[in-house]
Design a protein around this ligand. Structure first.
Ligand code: HEM
Length: 450
């Protein structure tokens, strides 16, 4: 049964783009994780082993800068961002839909879906002005079939590129959905076989939808839309967060070493870490929290007021006339930008060292300036995953991903900065680039086997 708080009717209200069974991601209910740490751990470790058994030869590595440390350990330079993007894509594929997008083998041909979803944001940007002014009206004209004909006939390359991207994503989503539907109709055993654990988000949603009352049922297009909605929300956010942590670990070697010690100690004590053992590693947790505080992958969100309100201020500000202002009237339909970054870095809440990356701040009880601030965010007094009814649905999922990937990588690899200067650009999603290399998103780091 779905979480009673979030019925299928609630999901419909949220719209096809975003709805999914919150039971999987809510901390208010039984936490049934679709992503089994065991299979993922095994799979990632095998991929790592395959990739680095022979690091010194490094014939397989995409970027080939080899240097030697005093201990004669080979360092290879790799684009960490691209590997983390592929990993996050595969994780939502398997955890979300029981589907594999990527073998994670070096040089594997990217899945068309992965290429399309990566290209979607840039393609949307190219027609941004037209979208702002035309789409609202255009979608009201004629039937979908008619509108599609108009899109096909218009001599507009950027629009056709976007159409092709959407077509590919839709085609793959329908294939995933249909194969799962066939398996479900053949009985649960077949589903288990097809998806190994049968615990992926889409299977659970489809099963719940079969049992839902007619009134509550989502229609097929709404179910299919979850695939792209989830993937789009899950991949670049999580891969950006993991990449940022790896970059920081490369810059702060003492933190990296301390984390490695925590992970290796736990591994020698417990072997493969269970969910509980992994999430209770204090330093790993502190590193994740501190990074998500100081460098939230999404730095702002926008909302539109749906009614006239008066917004109280936490403390008064001085107006131009010198008078103190305690609240701000906001009219219906006003667009409001919420700065996630500013809330997470507020010196009055986090102290004068708020701009420094200090994982240790999470190892002792937080100061009352933090606990009394009543930040509405769903995670750790932070706005990183936003707040309220439309907060991030995947925040637990992403934390588990981060912790599994980081613990495995740090146990197996040492990271060091490359000789390139990295600049994290603050687009709607914060992404790393190399200064002087044209804005292409990448994060070269030097990596050696532990
Ligand atoms: C570090 C990783 C992540 C961060 C920082 C993050 C952050 C956010 C933020 C700020 C929003 C609100 C955006 C807005 O409304 O303007 C959001 C929404 C959402 N996120 Fe995440 N997210 C992350 C990972 C994930 C993952 C892994 C999933 C899926 C498994 C996911 C699924 C969603 C969905 C479905 C929404 C839309 C929720 C709604 O509108 O009701 N996110 N996320």
């Amino acid at each position: 049964m779905l979480n009673p708080v979030f019925s299928t009717a609630h999901m419909r209200e949220m719209g096809p783009w975003v709805s999914l069974p919150r039971i999987l991601v809510s901390n208010k209910v039984n936490f049934q994780y679709p992503l089994s740490t065991t299979w993922f751990t095994e799979w990632l470790r095998a991929s790592i082993a395959q990739k680095v058994t022979d690091v010194p030869q490094e014939v397989n590595c995409s970027s080939k800068v080899t240097t030697h440390t005093p201990q004669s350990i080979a360092l290879i330079q790799i684009d960490v961002l691209s590997w983390m993007t592929r990993t996050a894509m595969e994780l939502i594929g398997q955890g979300g839909f029981g589907y594999s997008f990527d073998s994670l083998a070096e040089g594997a041909t990217p899945h068309p879906y992965a290429v399309s979803i990566k290209g979607m944001a840039p393609a949307l940007l190219k027609i941004a002005i037209a979208r702002s002014y035309l789409v609202g009206t255009a979608v009201k004209i004629g039937t979908p079939r008619f509108r599609r004909l108009v899109v096909d006939l218009l001599p507009w390359k950027n629009l056709h590129d976007l159409r092709d991207i959407v077509d590919t994503m839709h085609k793959v989503s329908v294939e995933i959905y249909e194969s799962k539907k066939r398996a479900l109709l053949n009985g649960d055993d077949a589903v288990m076989k097809q998806m190994e654990m049968g615990k992926d988000i889409l299977s659970i949603l489809m099963r719940a939808n079969m049992d839902a009352s007619e009134e509550d049922k989502l229609d097929e297009s709404e179910l299919i839309a979850q695939i792209s909605g989830l993937t789009f929300a899950a991949v670049d956010t999580t891969s950006g967060a993991i990449s940022r942590i790896l970059h920081l670990l490369a810059q702060h070697l003492h933190v990296q070493e301390k984390l490695r010690r925590e992970v290796t100690d736990a591994r020698s004590k417990h072997g493969d870490l269970s969910y509980d053992e992994l999430v209770s590693l204090p330093y790993l947790d502190a590193i994740c929290r501190e990074t998500l505080r100081l460098y939230p992958p999404v730095s702002y969100a926008s909302r539109t007021a749906r009614e006239d309100i008066v917004m109280p201020l936490s403390k008064p500000i001085k107006g131009l006339n010198g008078k103190e202002i305690y609240e701000i009237p906001i009219l219906n339909n006003t667009n409001v930008i919420i700065s996630i970054l500013a809330a997470n870095r507020n010196p009055e809440i986090w102290g004068s060292d708020c701009l420094e990356w200090i994982p240790e701040r999470w190892l002792t009880p937080l100061p009352s300036s933090v606990t009394d601030a009543h930040i509405p965010g769903i995670y750790s007094h932070l706005m990183t995953f936003l707040a309220g009814g439309r907060a991030c649905l995947g925040f637990k999922f992403s934390q588990l991903e981060m912790k599994i990937v980081l613990s495995l990588l740090v146990e197996s690899f040492r990271l060091a900065p490359s000789d390139k200067e990295i600049f994290w650009q603050m687009t709607s999603l914060t992404t790393p680039t190399v200064v002087g290399e044209g804005g292409r998103t990448q994060l070269p780091l030097k990596v050696s086997k532990v």
